[in-house]
Design a protein around this ligand. Structure first.
Ligand code: SF4
Ligand code: SF4
Length: 445
């Protein structure tokens, strides 16, 4: 990862034209220059020129960014503002340290294959005491005042069984004879060998998406491996400025997957696929030639699941062995699609999930601004809840205005944020992952 100083040329490319202001969601809400992409570039320039230091104001402004990349996409000079902001957050973490709770979680729990699941299991046992269920919404509301949890926030419950436990216990998977903690394909196969990366939200909160992914991948002809020693992708740590933890996690995940001769590595989380494909290479770029060769090989195999199914597998509805009109339990349903920022702008993937929705038999109806950010922004939603939900409001209204029965997307983080926004708007639109639409059809045979 480049430091802020190493990005000074990038900063100097900014001609202060202001084009980015019109697309920046944080500026759209508060209408203050430091909240805009241009304002943050100017602040970083002033910091590098020693005109300002790392003040409370500087920290606040650098944290007011959802990393949506809309500024980068709109900038006529290709100024990579999101990376400048990430580098500024790393500078802040280095200079000022991180709050104790954040650094304890990032440094001691997140990168441990034993402690992280144990901590989440402990939290899942406590959640009944701390939260109460919201009928018909598969979400929770807090019972008591809790730090970082606004009383309006709809919190997704931790799963009764985590995805990795479901996979580990599944009789559908054989134990690898290699001695590695893995479930899935082993030995000779002529089918494409695919390693599945779950990511934290699928593992701990939405295991149904992981199960739907495995079902669809196998139906599409893949032999799937799920390395059980995989960890968090590290993007939450990177977003908070903890580059060292993100590096450790990238290396450990590299080791977990490179034990197998895989053709592809895939995930159903847009943030994870963007991280595995793009950020791992940046994080490990100064770790020596051997690591660079390994990470290049790893990243070249990474595909978002929507991309893998459509572009690499040429997935077609006929792969199910029946015609759309005959099978789909979705044919009377209208589905609208939300573009996750890390999929559309991070990886240039927009058509593939739409093609999969149409294959599911549902009718796709576009919202007015499908690629407008949902406001999640990693930990931005936790530290700036009102701000985040203000950004989300226009997304929720846009979805509601389509009259769609279902909103599909390709990122579990966006799903959680959108569900909260729709709940606050009083809309009952169902929120699903694209692969769930396909898996539903497999079920309906
Ligand atoms: S659009 Fe690009 S050049 Fe123009 S102000 Fe924003 S970052 Fe600077
Ligand atoms: S990444 Fe998004 S929120 Fe952050 S400065 Fe750019 S447009 Fe604004």
């Amino acid at each position: 990862m480049k430091t802020l100083k190493q990005l000074s040329q990038e900063i100097n490319k900014c001609v202060l034209c202001g084009t980015c202001r019109s697309v920046c969601p944080t500026f759209g809400v508060v209408q203050r220059e430091p909240a805009s992409a241009r304002g943050k570039v100017a602040l970083c320039d002033a910091y590098l020129n020693k005109e300002i230091g790392i003040s409370e104001g500087f920290i606040k402004h650098m944290n007011e960014c959802v990393q949506c990349m809309a500024c980068y996409a709109a900038c006529p000079n290709d100024v990579n503002v999101p990376d400048i902001i990430l580098a500024a957050r790393a500078e802040i973490a280095k200079e000022k340290g991180m709050p104790f709770v954040k650094s304890f979680i990032l440094e001691n729990i997140l990168d441990s294959e034993r402690l992280m699941p144990a901590a989440m299991k402990f939290a899942s046992r406590l959640q009944g005491l701390l939260f109460k269920g919201v009928p018909e919404e598969s979400g929770l509301h807090r019972r008591f005042p809790l730090p970082l949890i606004d009383e309006r926030r709809l919190v997704p419950p931790l799963a009764e069984r985590f995805f990795m436990d479901v996979v580990a216990d599944s009789s559908a998977f054989s134990t690898a004879p290699t001695g590695h903690p893995t479930k899935g394909w082993v030995g000779q196969t002529t089918r494409p060998r695919v390693g599945f990366f779950a990511g934290c939200l699928i593992n701990y909160m939405l295991p149904n998406i992981g199960e739907a992914s495995l079902k669809v991948l196998e139906k599409a002809g893949a032999s799937v491996v799920v390395p059980l020693d995989q960890l968090c992708c590290g993007m939450p740590a990177l977003g908070m400025g903890d580059v060292e933890t993100a590096k450790v996690l990238a290396l450990k995940n590299l080791e977990a997957f490179e034990k197998y001769e895989l053709d592809y590595i895939t995930t159903a989380c847009a943030t994870c696929s963007d991280g595995l494909k793009r950020r791992f290479k940046e994080l490990l770029s100064y770790e020596g030639e051997d690591v660079q060769r390994r990470v290049d090989k790893f990243s070249s195999k990474v595909r978002d699941i929507t991309e893998l199914l459509v572009n690499d597998f040429g997935f077609r509805i006929s792969d199910f062995g029946f015609y759309k009109s005959q099978i789909s339990n979705l044919k009377s349903q209208i589905v609208t699609y939300h573009d996750p920022c890390h999929l559309r702008r991070g990886q240039g993937i927009a058509d593939e999930p739409r093609e999969l929705i149409e294959m599911s038999g549902a009718k796709l109806k576009e919202m007015s601004h499908p690629c407008r950010c949902c406001g999640l922004g990693g930990s931005f939603n936790i530290t700036n809840y009102d701000f985040s939900m203000e950004i989300n409001r226009s997304k929720a209204e846009d979805i509601k205005n389509t009259g769609a029965d279902i909103v599909a997307t390709a990122c579990p983080g966006c799903m959680i944020q959108i569900k909260d926004g729709l709940h606050q708007l009083g809309a009952d639109t169902k929120v699903v992952h694209v692969v769930e639409l396909l898996a539903d059809n497999i079920d309906s045979r």
